[in-house]
Design a protein around this ligand. Sequence first.
Ligand code: IPE
Ligand code: IPE
Ligand code: MG
Length: 249
Amino acid sequence: MNYKEKLETDNIPEHVAIIMDGNGRWAKEKGEMRLFGHATGVESVREALTAASEVKVKYLTLYAFSTENWNRPKAEVDGLMDLLVNTIANEIESLNNNDVRLLTIGNTNDLPESCRVELLRAIEKTKDNKGTVLVLALNYSAKLEIKQAIKNIATKYKNGDIELEDIDDELIHQNLYTAGIPDPELMIRTSGEIRISNFLLWQLAYSELHFTPVFWPDFKKEDFYRAIYEYQTRERRFGMIGEQLNEPE
Ligand code: IPE
Ligand code: IPE
Ligand code: MG
């Protein structure tokens, strides 16, 4: 089935987030090293980004490295950091040619110096691009994000800058890494795992979730379109009843 052709162009999610999972198992199935799976996964990043741009998804957030991922064997962590540096350096030109802007969420200050330098360069060089915004979640933890937001807000309260009544959804949003970015309407996780793994806990409150058994290195544009196609068949009720959604305004 050609899912792209079936998409309703007026119901494309503005923000799609993806937990890119299954690189290690994909490699193992092929008798290869885990790092080969990660390197091949870069192809799928291109697929997802191109697909998102083609159907005009404004924000594509990719979960690339969690704070928990530091607990992996050192060789794998080092390999992932090298892959990150090289990929960003190699892709800047292509990001610019495709009008893609790069942003990051997560505690990027704690990434190795070479990663930080490369990321800052790419963010600066793509900052005026007007197409899809690629948001990389790096050294990311949703619980840490929420904890930092609470501390920021508590400090503002303590300093008398805000009243208790000022603490609303909007203020919390403004204190998250994703300040200014709308919540994802759709979250995809590959590799068959059915869990959130500390990703965007606040922002996913009302997202549609799409789980696919496909390992990330096998993820293609069609898989992305299929997820959007299925999203478009969902009824997003936000606590109401179906009949209310079809009432004329
Ligand atoms: C996702 O693939 C990439 C990262 C977490 C960096 P995994 O490396 O988790 O692959 P599996 O889940 O072990 O197969
Ligand atoms: C989540 O995948 C993190 C990323 C995709 C970067 P993991 O493979 O680390 O998650 P768990 O440990 O299986 O939950
Ligand atoms: Mg995994």
